[in-house]
Design a binder for this molecule. Structure first.
Ligand SMILES: [Zn+2]
Length: 423
């Protein structure tokens, strides 16, 4: 079997199979360096041996919990004393009940869970909006408009932390020191961990082997500028081993520095371009169409825009620093979308004219404009079978032209809406 260092080498050199697919199989355990191992689920669960049992950083998701714990136990059977959640997303906290159950079976004390103080309120918000979160995750990951019930359950009853901290928290276990630092990035409750004795950083989702998830169209506010600050703080630590919660570890300080500072540069560039245009009074539409990510950065295998993408990060930057008004007076207190669509359909000679033009635009490669016309046609004539079919056709073409999972998921889920009902 290939060693984790060989896998890491291939990822660093842009081997698509390693970067794009799960880099190890679910339930497999790999020792990264002596005393630190990782198990793959949807997110990774990282075990650290100490002179007094294990510390676990992240637990993977609920569906992978049992397999993750079973794999961890093939490596080390000692009690799990402390668990750190890097943040409250379900693929990081969902496996905790399996670790609790394992402790109970073995007669070990229940593990002590540590997280940032914003994590419990995040959990409360997920419980309050479980249906919404399950729906958007179904769209994002499965391209389905409706969430299966187990996805709703993921957000309903999390295992909460026993202890929370605000900026910085240190604990020692069995002679090993763990330094927890808070930073905002993908979420407002993020933690990254520095293990000085091993010169190792566990980065949570500050680094995901993709363009950072700082723009997600369907989720709560992300913090791209603060994200870059956290990456630069990590880069200052002189780490030799870097373990994100998704994807391959990175070995060696030079590579770690490069990956962290270049990811920070990408975020900083998008934020500063956006703010500069905001300061000039430019409307959101013009900002979206003029801000450009530095191309050489997007070509790095750890910044490919395969999950989130720069255009969405620009929108999230606007959302963080501006109000919701986009600068277009027609959208401040708009007419109902269906009224606008009916008016346009009437002016152009009917919804069928709109879809005919949409199909021409698809053929000529202007998928952005084609989507507008297809959606106007659908809103003007939602029951028309030809319009519904054309809308799905345009959206499927759009989805297959997109690089990011988020854009593809949303376009495919929207296409399915008009296919399911007409089937
Ligand atoms: Zn994650």
């Amino acid at each position: 079997m290939e060693s984790i260092r060989e896998t890491s080498e291939r990822a660093w050199n842009g081997d698509k199979v390693v970067v794009v697919e799960p880099f190890i199989r679910p339930g497999e355990i790999h020792e990264v360096v002596p005393g630190i191992a990782l198990v793959s689920g949807f997110g990774l669960s990282i075990g650290v041996q100490t002179g007094d049992g294990l510390v676990v950083i992240d637990t993977s998701g609920r569906n992978h919990g049992e397999a993750v714990v079973a794999a961890m136990r093939t490596w080390d059977e000692s009690p799990v004393r402390n668990v750190v959640y890097t943040h409250g997303h379900f693929d990081h906290v969902g496996g905790m009940p399996s670790y609790d159950a394992d402790a109970e079976r073995r007669g070990h004390p229940r593990p002590h869970v540590i997280a940032h103080e914003n994590l419990p309120p995040r959990m409360a918000r997920y419980a309050q909006t479980a249906g919404y979160n399950a729906t958007i995750n179904a769209r994002q990951f499965l391209s389905r408009p409706v969430a299966p019930p187990q996805m709703v359950a993921n957000f309903a009853s999390p295992r909460l932390p026993d202890e929370t901290y605000r900026d910085y928290h240190v604990f020692e276990q069995g002679g090993v020191r763990f330094e927890l630092r808070h930073g905002k990035g993908e979420t407002d409750d993020h933690t990254w961990v520095w293990i000085p004795s091993q010169k190792t950083i566990c980065a949570g989702d500050f680094f995901i082997w993709r363009c950072p998830n700082a723009g997600n169209p369907q989720k709560a506010q992300r913090y791209p500028a603060e994200w870059a600050q956290a990456l630069r703080a990590m880069a200052a630590h002189g780490a030799e081993v870097f373990i994100p919660s998704h994807g391959s570890p990175i070995f060696g300080n030079a590579r770690i520095q490069q990956a962290l500072t270049e990811t920070a540069e990408l975020l900083e560039s998008l934020v500063s371009q956006t703010i500069e245009l905001m300061n000039r009074g430019v409307r959101l539409d013009e900002i979206i169409h003029s801000v450009k990510a530095p191309q050489h950065l997007l070509e790095r295998p750890y910044l490919w825009p395969l999950y989130d993408e720069p255009e969405f990060i620009v929108r999230n930057t606007w959302r963080l620093y501006a109000g919701w008004y986009d600068g277009n007076p027609a959208t401040l207190k708009p007419a109902a979308e269906a009224s606008v669509a009916s008016e346009l359909a009437a002016l152009s000679g009917g919804a069928s004219r709109l879809v005919a033009r949409a199909r021409e635009l698809v053929a000529s490669g202007d998928l952005r404009l084609a989507c507008h016309l297809a959606e106007f046609a659908f809103l003007a004539a939602p029951g028309d079978p030809e319009v519904r079919a054309a809308r799905s056709e345009v959206l499927r073409a759009r989805a297959s032209s997109e690089a990011s999972l988020m854009a593809r998921g949303i376009f495919n889920a929207a296409a399915a809406e008009t296919e399911d009902a007409s089937a």
